[in-house]
Write a protein that binds this ligand. Structure first.
Ligand SMILES: Cc1cc2nc3c(=O)[nH]c(=O)nc-3n(C[C@H](O)[C@H](O)[C@H](O)COP(=O)(O)O)c2cc1C
Length: 206
């Protein structure tokens, strides 16, 4: 229990990665598949990832991330992509699995499909759904990475248009964050964790 809590409470945004360490592709895939157990509205899973590991590509990504050195030093960078058309694109796969597992009867399929797809029609709502679910996936990646002895750093500091051009991301997709992942440089120390608001400052119980 205490160990599980420490995965959360000891997580930091790691500024100093060991640039000599690699993460095998298989390990990255495992972390991402474990993280894909994250919840999403109607289980639509509107996320995609592009993992940037190649040295030259990391250098280019660093420029797009306004020169943030951690992008180059991290073993990899996970570019999270939220697909605002995931409602229509994923719904059939999800409904097939629900029917197969007995969640719903086959005759309920079409009305449920219309209901799900309708929720993604309004562009603002679709944007919110895609980004919300993808952010939950992102947080899960950061905690899962720690369970595998790795550290992360989430970033919003990048030129999104340039990033989309660089990685060939279509216009209807959004990049809510990039997560640098790797091993902390053991010779560098982070400053202590910065102030967190107390419950009384951000919450109320009714
Ligand atoms: C969505 C998101 C975007 C962030 N973008 C950046 C960034 O571009 N550059 C950076 O140095 N830190 C970035 N951070 C890290 C925050 O500054 C950091 O999480 C916060 O200061 C708390 O520090 P801690 O994560 O070590 O507790 C980002 C965090 C989040 C969640």
């Amino acid at each position: 229990m205490k160990e599980c809590l420490r995965l959360i409470t000891d997580r930091r945004s790691i500024t100093f990665f060991d640039p000599t360490r690699d993460i095998p592709n298989e390990l990255i895939k495992e972390i991402l598949e474990v993280s894909a157990t994250a919840p999403s509205g109607y289980n639509i899973q509107p996320w995609e990832v592009i993992v940037v590991k190649d040295k030259e590509k990391k250098r280019k990504l660093k420029d797009i991330c306004y020169g943030q050195q951690k992008v180059e030093d991290a073993s990899a960078n996970i570019v999270l992509v939220a697909n605002t058309r995931a409602g229509e694109e994923h719904v059939d796969r999800i409904l097939d699995s629900w029917i197969e597992l007995g969640y719903i009867k086959p005759e309920a399929r079409e009305s449920l499909k219309s209901q799900i797809v309708a929720g993604w029609q309004d562009p603002q709502r679709a944007f919110r759904k895609a980004v919300r679910d993808t952010a939950l996936f992102g947080m899960t990646i950061m905690i899962t990475a720690r369970a595998y002895g790795l550290e992360t750093h989430p970033m919003e500091g990048y030129d999104e248009q340039k990033l989309k051009e660089f990685l060939g991301i279509e216009e209807h997709k959004v990049v809510p964050m990039v997560i640098a992942i790797g091993y902390k440089d053991q010779n560098r120390e982070l400053l202590p964790r910065a102030y967190r608001f107390k419950f009384e400052e951000f919450g109320r119980i009714l």
